[in-house]
Structures are given as C-alpha cells and as structure tokens.
Write a protein that binds this ligand. Structure first.
Ligand code: GTR
Length: 328
C-alpha cells in the first residue's frame, strides 16, 4: 500500500471514531419563534425546550430564540428545512406554498370552528398534512392553536365584502391569502409580520388580519382600531423539527422529543384560550371598535372562487379537502 493510501485510510478511520464520539455527545439545537415573551407560544416553546432536555437526559438541548430575532417566518421555515436551524414554531400559512397538503388549511372557512380544526388535525387529515410536510424536510411533532383570524383596519368597520373593496390589506406570504383579498376587491400586500405595525401606522396598508392575541401583542390595535369578527381563517401551527436532526436521534430520543412537543402543546392550548380572552379585553379597554359580521355567508361565497381555483390547479388535493370537510 502506498504511503498516501495509508495516510488516507488512517484519516478515514479517525473520522469514524470522531463521528462516533460526536453522536454520543449532547446535540445542541436552536429554535425559532416569532412571538414576544409571555405569548402562549413563547411560554410553551420554553417548556418544550425544558422537557426535551429532561426527557432525553441531556442528550438533546434546545436554545430558543424568541421575538423573531433569527429572521422572518418564510426564511426561518427554509432554515429548518435545510438544517440551519433545528426547530421552529411555525404557522402553517407560510408553509403551504412549499407543501401542498399543508396548504389546504389556508383555504378560507375550510374549518367551521376550532373544534373542527382539532378533530381534523388529530385525525387522518392531520396525518396527510404531516406526511406532506415531511416530504419537504419538516417533521411536525405537535400542533399548536392560533385561533381564528379576522380583519382589522384603520378606516371603518367591515360589515360586508364590499367594505374590503379598495382597501390595502397585509397578508402572510401565500398566494391563497392574496387571492382571498382580491376576491373581495381589496389590494393584498404580502409582508413580514415584523413590518406590519409600521405599515399600518404610516398608511402603507389600511388593514391586516389576525387573531386577538397577535392583534394585541404586536400593538396593531393602537394603529388599526376597527376589528371585525370575520373569522375567515383558522390556521393551525406546528412544532416543527428538521427531518435529519430528528432522524439522527435514537428511537427512544425521537419518542422523548415528540412527547415533549405534545406536552407543550397541551400547555399552549390552555394558555391560548386564556390569552384570547385577555387580549380581547385589553384591546376593548383601549377603545377598539369591534363588530360582528351580520352575514358571514356573504364572505364565504365571495371567497369561494379561491377554493375553486386552487382545487382546479391541484386536483390531487380534492380528497384531502373532502376529508376535512367531512370530519365530524
Ligand atoms: C400569528 C402567527 C405567526 C405569524 C403571524 C402573521 O398569528 O402566530 O406565526 O404567522 O400571525 O400574521 O404573520
């Protein structure tokens, strides 16, 4: 054997040894979260981090970065997909454009209420959505709540679809949401969550849409004081982990991490319910003008073309949409 080959072999052998010792050491994960301290997701993700460490006996540790300090959501999703970050608490909205199965939850009014969403996600539809996310490198360990999203703006109460006509409305990055605003005659403006406050304040956009806790925690209520209860989207969120980081764990540690996520989700849902009430109370005290929508059917039928167009372009998703609609 040539000297060169001997050296190459011994380097290869030591690499194996190094590799083995590395895998026996603790793995350090970094996690992304968009929300501020005290928000239900933030508290629950911190609990997830603690449980991961405890349940894997320190073989996996997770350092959480809150308040979106590691970047905007579409970028963070990409990072978790490619492994630049291990973990993220993501809304399924901005995942949808990359994972068709996950996009069905972004069809307006697909869920009747939170209970319907829970039953669908905890059943066969949830399994198909998870499988679609796994195909793009995201393992969904548990589902978090994100309430129902309603319109708010700085101009006037929204009562009918015609009230949205001509308004500039911020949406998350997803063509379905842009299509939804266009279907009402409004002008959609996709933008990062962190930019919305300033855009509302300076009139770059007239309105946006979100649940009570995000409307309150971001201060959007200070600059867009009309909140109209359209509840047009009920979008679940995931505790997502990079497929390779998860796949590299032992079966026992995978189970431990999954358990940790599910336990954190139980806490998140409890905190969510309480925060939805307290956020609503806080913004109402601050003088927000709130209204119910007299006839929600008008919004449903105005947004119906979004479903039709989407399913015509994605016929393979028709059975999943039917499965969700038929989930009792
Ligand atoms: C929140 C959600 C965030 C983000 C945000 C947005 O309700 O929890 O993940 O999607 O809405 O509107 O960008």
């Amino acid at each position: 054997m040539s000297n060169f080959k001997k050296v190459a072999l011994s380097i290869a052998a030591s690499a194996v040894v190094v590799g083995m010792s590395v895998s026996a050491q603790a793995v350090e994960w970094r996690g992304w979260n968009i929300h501020v301290p005290g928000y239900p997701n933030t508290v629950a993700m911190d609990k997830f981090a603690k449980l991961v460490e405890a349940k894997t006996e320190g073989r996996v540790t997770l350092k959480m970065f809150h308040s979106g300090v590691l970047g905007n959501q579409p970028d963070a999703i990409e990072q978790v997909r490619i492994g630049g970050l291990a973990v993220g608490n993501f809304n399924l909205g901005p995942i949808g454009p990359m994972a068709p199965e996950a996009n069905v939850v972004s069809l307006p009014f697909i869920f009747k209420d939170m209970g319907h969403m829970h039953r669908a996600l905890d059943g066969a539809a949830g399994d198909q959505i998870s499988a679609g996310m796994a195909k793009i490198g995201l393992i969904s360990l548990a589902w978090y709540d994100s309430g129902a999203r309603s319109f708010y703006n700085s101009k006037k109460p929204i009562m009918t679809p015609a009230d949205v006509a001509g308004m500039k409305v911020r949406v998350m990055n997803n063509d379905l949401y842009s299509g939804m605003i266009s279907a009402l005659g409004g002008n959609p403006s996709p933008m990062a969550f962190s930019e919305v406050y300033q855009s509302l304040k300076t009139g770059v956009v007239d309105g946006a849409e979100n649940n009570w806790p995000s409307y309150e925690s971001t201060g959007h209520f200070e600059v867009a004081g009309y909140y109209s209860l359209s509840q047009h989207l009920i979008i679940p969120e995931c505790v997502c982990v990079n497929a390779k980081a998860y796949g590299d764990l032992s079966a026992a540690d995978q189970a431990a991490v999954k358990d940790a996520a599910r336990e954190s989700a139980v806490l998140q849902r409890e905190l969510w319910d309480a925060r939805a009430i307290s956020s609503r109370e806080k913004v109402m005290k601050a003088g927000v003008k709130f209204n119910e929508i007299p006839n929600k059917e008008e919004f449903m039928s105005a947004m119906e073309p979004v479903h039709a167009k989407y399913l015509a372009a994605n016929p393979a998703l028709v059975p999943l949409v039917e499965l969700i609609k038929n989930t009792k």
